[in-house]
Design a protein around this ligand. Structure first.
Ligand SMILES: [Cu+2]
Length: 222
């Protein structure tokens, strides 16, 4: 039993050194928020999806909105207005410092500016240059199943769905967006504390208590 716990905990300790950045996909418009992220090797991007049906795909800088054949791909993530926010996240672990260009392949979303960059160059291949070129692109969907990341249950889905089921839809969506709106800025500006909190929660995953703790943590961060 002790060995089992140790083998479960040790990988999490190294994970605790990594920074997790929460990114809202399609919240309040055809945007990724934030749309420029600085990340080191081992850091994690955690995408949360909003209505109605967005995704995360990868392109090169030179071909905005055109799917890389082997690039990151979350698959389509339909979310209803009643849900407010998807109950699944897509997490990508960064494995280098090269710029990474991501977009939403739904309809004309990429043309409208639904794209983002990880480790944006200071000049030349900037996000602004990408978005300018994206306006006239012909977006393509990646083929196949999701890849380059992990699909997982959203840690705040319990509180979101609870409020959704006990409140009027207007209140529920307000609650859900309020929760998520507070999290990304907190996560990106205070990576150390949020990472530590995340690790503390993960260490408890052996027990069902994790759900309650996650709720407390989310509540405490607001
Ligand atoms: Cu989209």
């Amino acid at each position: 039993m002790q060995l089992n716990v140790l083998s479960a905990v040790l990988p999490l300790l190294s994970t605790a050194l990594a920074k997790t950045t929460t990114i809202a996909v399609g919240k309040g418009g055809l945007i990724f928020d934030p749309n420029t992220v600085t990340a080191a090797k081992g850091d994690v991007l955690e995408f949360h999806f909003y209505p109605q049906d967005h995704n995360v795909a990868q392109s090169s800088f030179d071909k905005p909105c055109i799917a890389d054949a082997a690039g990151i791909w979350s698959g389509f993530m339909p979310v209803t207005a009643e849900q407010g926010v998807g109950n699944e996240t897509f997490s990508v672990t960064i494995n280098g410092t090269d710029p990474l260009w991501l977009y939403c392949s739904q309809g004309q979303h990429c043309n409208a500016g639904m794209a983002m960059v990880v480790n944006e160059p200071k000049s030349g291949n900037t996000l602004k240059a990408y978005l300018d070129a994206a306006k006239n692109a012909q977006p393509t969907d990646p083929e196949g199943d999701y890849r380059g990341g992990i699909i997982a249950a959203a840690t705040n889905s319990t509180s979101s769905s609870t409020s959704a089921s006990t409140s009027a839809s207007g209140t529920a969506s307000g609650t859900a967006s309020g929760t998520a709106a507070t999290q990304p800025s907190g996560t990106s500006t205070a990576p150390a504390s949020s990472t530590t909190t995340g690790a503390a929660v993960k260490l408890e995953t052996a027990g069902l208590a994790v759900l309650g703790l996650a709720g407390l943590v989310v509540g405490g961060m607001i």
